[in-house]
Design a protein around this ligand. Structure first.
Ligand code: BTN
Length: 328
């Protein structure tokens, strides 16, 4: 096992257990033509990757939480005639969908390529943090977009992506969702989703951007215990949780629409919508700069480049990187 990834054989056993029923060690051994000891070993490896499997003497093994599996066929069907614009790949497991897609980008992957991962074992978050998720607990995927313009014109892209996710959440009925600068998706209860943007290219163009999105579906204690801030999930926000296939298809469509608009007009056309959904608009916040220094003031909103505007004792300040915290 490397970096929490399980072997192909263990994954095949996992797929057998995906029906949520008990399967005896003997039956599994017969089916996969390996010994019961090997089955036991693979089940242990799955457990080490955070996949909870119940073991009852005389009955066998059972997956404790079945998951809503992603299906390329289903997503393609939902995307309809738009599907050919996107090169969709679903991986059983990977350390990070962003890392995989950055590698594909370097090999020439097309704009609109999407990599979604069922089990992400070393998800990356903003500011060097980790993004924690388990099998089916989160929608974890990345989208590649190529721009003719340079990186210097893309400063608002991460906020634009936040607006895209927010629109999808609202279409699904989650009206209380707000944005925290630059692009955290959150409710009063905590963070629902996050975005990590990684880019390659020149300041003057062209540029390639990998947009990684993590959206919590449900949060078992095993995951919340690792997350260092209040977090929430779609199962807490919505009465009826939509299928991961539907949400992924909706996000892909909205993302591509918003990125196309961004290419034409920049962030300016989304500035008002971002501020209308800003969790701390005209509220007191503290802002942590990359060097750790804390600035306090009133969040005034964002400028046309996506930078945070803050009223401080020294007057209005503009910040391009750092972390917002609320002051209540
Ligand atoms: C954040 O810190 O808020 C950003 C979290 C981004 C997580 C997603 S999950 C899919 C993609 N792959 C990664 O490794 N990270 C992003």
């Amino acid at each position: 096992m490397t970096n929490g990834l399980v072997s192909e054989r263990a994954w095949t056993i996992l797929e057998k257990l995906a029906d949520g029923k008990f399967h005896s060690g003997e039956d599994l051994a017969k089916e996969f033509k390996i010994t019961r000891a090997s089955i036991f070993e693979d089940i242990n490896k799955l457990g080490e990757s955070g996949i909870e499997i119940q073991r009852i003497r005389g009955r066998g093994y059972r997956l404790l939480h079945t998951w809503d599996q992603l299906s390329k066929k289903e997503i393609t069907k939902i995307l309809g005639k738009n599907h050919s614009q996107f090169n969709l790949e679903i991986l059983n497991q990977a350390n990070s969908s962003n890392t995989v897609l950055l590698q594909r980008a370097a090999l020439g992957a097309l704009s609109g390529s999407v990599v979604a991962v069922e089990l992400q074992t070393a998800g990356k978050g903003r500011l060097g943090r980790r993004w924690h998720s388990g099998l089916g607990t989160c929608l974890t995927f990345s989208m590649l977009w190529r721009f003719d313009c340079g990186l210097n014109e893309l400063s608002g892209i991460s906020l634009a992506v936040g607006v895209g996710i927010l629109r999808v959440m609202k279409k699904l009925g989650a009206q209380e969702i707000k944005l925290k600068w630059p692009n955290d998706i959150q409710t009063e209860e905590g963070k629902l989703g996050g975005v990590l943007i990684e880019s390659q290219g020149d300041m003057l163009g062209p540029a390639t951007v990998v947009i990684g999105i993590g959206l919590n579906y449900f949060l078992p204690q095993k995951i919340t215990s690792k997350i260092e801030q209040p977090a929430t999930s779609l199962s807490e926000v919505l009465h009826e949780v939509p299928s991961r296939n539907l949400v992924l298809a909706m996000l892909i469509c909205e993302m591509s629409a918003i990125l196309e608009k961004y290419c034409e007009k920049g962030f300016t056309i989304l500035q008002k919508e971002w501020e209308e959904n800003h969790a701390f608009q005209n509220k007191k916040i503290k802002f942590q700069l990359p060097d750790g220094k804390i600035v306090q003031g009133i969040a005034l909103g964002v400028n046309e480049f996506g930078a945070l505007r803050m009223q401080t004792e020294q007057g209005e300040c503009i910040f391009n990187s750092g972390e917002v915290g609320g002051l209540r």
